[in-house]
Design a protein around this ligand. Structure first.
Ligand SMILES: *[C@@H]1O[C@H](CO)[C@@H](O)[C@H](O)[C@H]1NC(C)=O
Ligand SMILES: *[C@@H]1O[C@H](CO)[C@@H](O)[C@H](O)[C@H]1NC(C)=O
Ligand SMILES: *[C@@H]1O[C@H](CO)[C@@H](O)[C@H](O)[C@H]1NC(C)=O
Ligand SMILES: *[C@@H]1O[C@H](CO)[C@@H](O)[C@H](O)[C@H]1NC(C)=O
Ligand SMILES: *[C@@H]1O[C@H](CO)[C@@H](O)[C@H](O)[C@H]1NC(C)=O
Ligand SMILES: *[C@@H]1O[C@H](CO)[C@@H](O)[C@H](O)[C@H]1NC(C)=O
Ligand SMILES: *[C@@H]1O[C@H](CO)[C@@H](O)[C@H](O)[C@H]1NC(C)=O
Length: 603
């Protein structure tokens, strides 16, 4: 949020001198006989912490709003008339004849009002408290009749409580307080917190069981310092930068007023691009410090890749990919980075014409809720067989309980849909994902899959597969990660495109700060090598992760010992080639053309 302009206030400051300015406007309340006018006057809370007055967002001196901001830092925390700015006129705030709070202009147009039952005679007072709460008080009983804490804008301040169905609604953008696209709220039934986009789409949701997606210090604030909040259910504070934020190191207390005191100078903001941000102001540091925000990354968004899509932060800007055998439902939006529509199947699973099924062993995974637990399948093999024998089975998991996604011990199966998949999670688990053999194997010499990677011929991860001149890859099977090895360096392979004969590797930032510097420095291929760099700046500037795209040259005819080795290459015969090695050479009238013998008529 940009600091709004307070030119009028400063004008008064300069004109009257500071001490006079303070004595002139430092009142914290109005009654039915006073009003707050848009002439530089403000209400100031007793301890000079919050101020209520008129402001215009930076770079916009046409629209005027009534709001509350931190006196020292001018950070706006509440706006009365966010969707009805005062234009070309001066407003004033007063307690009307019926006892309601009214924001009117000179012409009598109303911009904001409360809707209390009228009282007469009017004996009410509007007061700005040091908590930032603006309260309308009954003069005789002292009861609070209305308060801004019950009708927040985009900011949650200590002392508010989410329990009462409160909603924080983002500004339109950082310079415009108009109602924006994102709402933060608590589900009053199952207590979880969520961010809604335009009230219809869940943008983010805290975890179902407990609330491990939210740090304890934020949950504690949201509960209005409830002592019954079970700390173990939340992310511990030390997962954050306790070495930077002293505030996080001080112990949290369950004494309400002590907690309130600790949280003085903190705020929670539903920001205009959909993140709920927690800020603190530490002594001696002039700026607000951003301590945490949710969703933390593109994969933490609610169902980031839709159905059958898988999220991976390593892919940089393109965080989602469809699973093997699936394609984007809406390629247009998918290609612009909006992945929520997900993927749909391209290959039928139980088609008798497709080759038998096998599994891709996805590693370090997180997955959405399985459809059922097959209690009788008490071995990996039984679980696997159970999945193969069910036409609807998409994937299985066999193992102990998993904390990343609350899987239970045993054999879990997914039969309806796979959602919420994420790869490369620290404490992720293995997931066996069903595929047709034909989708992963095209020649008899293909190497085994490596995690989600299918390694097409001629690429090779070992002496017994692929073509040996392409043996520049190695698979870390326990992590399902594939590496490209070159001159003693290893680079993680991000993806492989068989049709276009290219793959993408990740390079270390230390080795080259920018793309131009990479050329020749990071990788050098001699002309005899079967690889070429085709893009030094793959996927940039979309991503902060640096990637290089490499193309492999088409392979020569495969090495063979006998005709048996040439089974995967129709119309060829095992015989001695020009290089004196035995290769699957194409029969007469056929010619070798990138992986296969094609008939002479087509050449
Ligand atoms: C209201 O403000 C006046 C100063 O403008 C102050 O003297 C008075 O004590 C305040 N009343 C209350 C109840 O805070
Ligand atoms: C007070 O506000 C309500 C909506 O909040 C509106 O319907 C009503 O017309 C307003 N009354 C006046 C007198 O402005
Ligand atoms: C809010 O959502 C609408 C509809 O998707 C979009 O047109 C608009 O640009 C969004 N607003 C902002 C500030 O991004
Ligand atoms: C909202 O918060 C996120 C995360 O802190 C930040 O990256 C983004 O720039 C913020 N949006 C705005 C409009 O300030
Ligand atoms: C695979 O990766 C893990 C974790 O990085 C490592 O401990 C292990 O040694 C690796 N295995 C191989 C075969 O390189
Ligand atoms: C996943 O499978 C690999 C072997 O493919 C194994 O090394 C690893 O320990 C398994 N991971 C878990 C969490 O069970
Ligand atoms: C690769 O490592 C080996 C053994 O550590 C070393 O002898 C060789 O010179 C290295 N090659 C390059 C190109 O750095």
């Amino acid at each position: 949020m940009q600091p709004p302009s307070f030119s009028l206030i400063f004008f008064v400051l300069v004109a009257l001198g500071t001490s006079q300015f303070l004595s002139c406007v430092a009142m914290d309340n109005i009654t039915s006989i006073s009003r707050l006018q848009d002439d530089g006057s403000t209400l100031m809370s007793a301890g000079k912490i919050f101020e209520l007055g008129f402001f215009s967002p930076d770079g916009n001196d046409v629209e005027t709003y009534l709001g509350i901001w931190y006196y020292l830092r001018k950070t706006v925390v509440w706006v009365a008339n966010r969707d009805k700015p005062i234009l070309h006129s001066y407003g004033y705030l007063s307690i009307g004849e019926d006892g309601n709070l009214k924001l009117l202009d000179e012409m009598g147009t109303s911009y904001f009002n409360t809707t209390l039952e009228s009282s007469s005679p009017v004996n009410r007072m509007l007061k700005l408290l040091d908590s930032g709460n603006l309260v309308l008080i009954d003069g005789s009983s002292g009861n609070i009749l209305w308060q801004s804490f019950a009708e927040p804008t985009d900011t949650f301040l200590p002392g508010m409580s989410m329990d009462k169905g409160l909603k924080l609604v983002s500004w339109w953008d950082s310079g415009n307080p108009k109602t924006g696209n994102f709402t933060f709220e608590q589900d009053q039934e199952n207590r979880l917190y969520r961010i809604m986009e335009r009230s219809t789409v869940v943008h983010w949701e805290s975890d179902q069981s407990g609330s491990i997606d939210l740090p304890y210090f934020v949950a504690f604030l949201l509960s209005n310092f409830s002592p019954s909040l079970d700390r173990a259910n939340y992310k511990p504070s030390n997962a954050y930068k306790t070495n930077i934020y002293k505030w996080l190191r001080e112990p949290f207390t369950s004494n309400y007023s002590a907690a309130l005191a600790k949280y003085a100078n903190t705020r929670l903001l539903m920001n205009s691009s959909g993140e709920i941000q927690f800020y603190i102001k530490e002594e001696g540091v002039p700026e607000w410090l951003l301590v945490s925000s949710e969703p933390q990354d593109a994969c933490k968004v609610h169902l980031p890749c839709g159905n059958f899509g898988s999220c991976n932060l390593k892919n940089g800007g393109r965080s989602c990919e469809c699973l093997l055998g699936f394609e984007p439902v809406h390629p247009d939006t998918w290609n612009t980075g909006d992945f929520k529509s997900g993927c749909r199947r391209t290959l039928e699973i139980c088609n008798p014409n497709t080759k038998p099924h096998t599994f891709l062993n996805l590693k370090l995974m997180k997955a959405g809720k399985p459809d059922f637990l097959a209690a009788s399948a008490n071995s990996e093999n039984l679980c696997r067989q159970g999945c193969l024998s069910n036409c609807n089975c998409l994937a299985y998991y066999f193992g102990g309980p998993s904390i990343t996604d609350n899987l239970e011990q045993g054999c879990s199966m997914w039969t309806s849909v796979l959602t919420d998949l994420q790869e490369d999670i620290d404490r992720g688990h293995n997931l066996s994902f069903r595929v047709a053999v034909s989708a992963i194997e095209t020649t008899s010499r293909d190497c085994q899959t490596c995690g989600k990677h299918i390694i097409p011929y001629p690429l090779s991860t070992g002496p017994n597969c692929g073509d040996l001149s392409y043996h520049s890859f190695t698979c870390n099977d326990s992590r399902g990660q594939l590496f490209f090895l070159m001159l003693n360096n290893s680079y993680e392979v991000i993806n492989i495109n068989k049709e276009d004969r290219r793959f993408v590797i990740q390079v270390n930032r230390q080795r080259a700060e920018n793309c131009d510097a990479r050329s020749g420095r990071v990788l050098q291929f001699s002309p005899s090598m079967p690889f070429n760099v085709t893009n030094w700046c793959y996927n940039e500037p979309l991503t902060s992760i640096q990637m290089i795209e490499i193309t492999w040259k088409p392979p020569p005819e495969p090495i063979c010992n006998s005709l048996k080795d040439c089974r995967g290459w129709p119309d060829s015969n095992c015989s001695t080639a020009i290089d004196k090695r035995k290769r699957c050479l194409c029969n007469p009238n056929y010619k070798w053309n990138n992986l296969k013998c094609i008939s002479g008529a087509n050449i």
